[in-house]
Design a protein around this ligand. Sequence first.
Ligand SMILES: Nc1ncnc2c1ncn2[C@@H]1O[C@H](COP(=O)(O)OP(=O)(O)OP(=O)(O)O)[C@@H](O)[C@H]1O
Length: 253
Amino acid sequence: MAINNSPAINILHMGFRYPGGSGVIFSDLNLKVAKGERFGLFGPNGAGKTTLISLMTGLLAPDKGQIELFGHRIGRERNLVNNLFGFVPQDFSFYQELSPVENMEFFGAWSGLDKKTIRNRTDELLQILGLEEVRNKQVQKFSGGMKRRVNLAIGVIHEPEILFLDEPTVGVDVQTRHAIINYLLELNKNGTTLIYTSHQLSEAEGLCQQVALIDDGKIIAHNSLNELLKDYKEDSLEHLFLNLTGKDYRNDV
Ligand SMILES: Nc1ncnc2c1ncn2[C@@H]1O[C@H](COP(=O)(O)OP(=O)(O)OP(=O)(O)O)[C@@H](O)[C@H]1O
């Protein structure tokens, strides 16, 4: 069994730079996320959030140190780790010319699910995420909010133990935001660990118990949201964010 009592994520002395990139992104990063947490990673543009999620999901490989999911080392134990996590990326990751059902069939099979499980999960998820009526329509004709919900359905089809979400509600209306956040809270109630990043800080306050702020590749604060607000005498995540990361624009390339 791949699940055990190890942390959902354990990053140890991790270093990374993009090949040919202008500088080091991470030099000695350590981070632990417990199983069942709702963890939010926040920081200004270019701070390294997407890069860190790409490292945690094995899309990028660290230059030094290691990253473990439930005690299994990413890279070394790829086959064990692959089905443990789901990923909802910032950019849409489905086939636009296919319908939601066809996309779910494709990604479900890719995760190793049998046809009956794919059918059941598809029915369940399309119903929960309000896509039942359009289940057989081409996704490319969908609105941005509908596409976000398809992106989420695909990321959870295999019922992952841990779900990575890179700005899952960008550009959606209030109804879709509520549907997505409520669904994520429900998933977490049933045991799924959530790793979430967003610039929607008021939304994040309702979702995340644990918060890390990252700037210039360094974790500058990490604790429960309540403790951080108390420690820094701030009344919102947005004020805490400005307090710790300043008010300057970030234009790094
Ligand atoms: N493929 C790449 N090659 C070289 N450098 C990159 C690449 N992708 C990102 N970077 C650089 O790495 C740094 C971190 O970028 P990253 O996208 O991880 O930040 P982010 O916190 O997710 O930002 P945003 O909030 O804008 O999405 C930036 O300086 C960026 O320019």
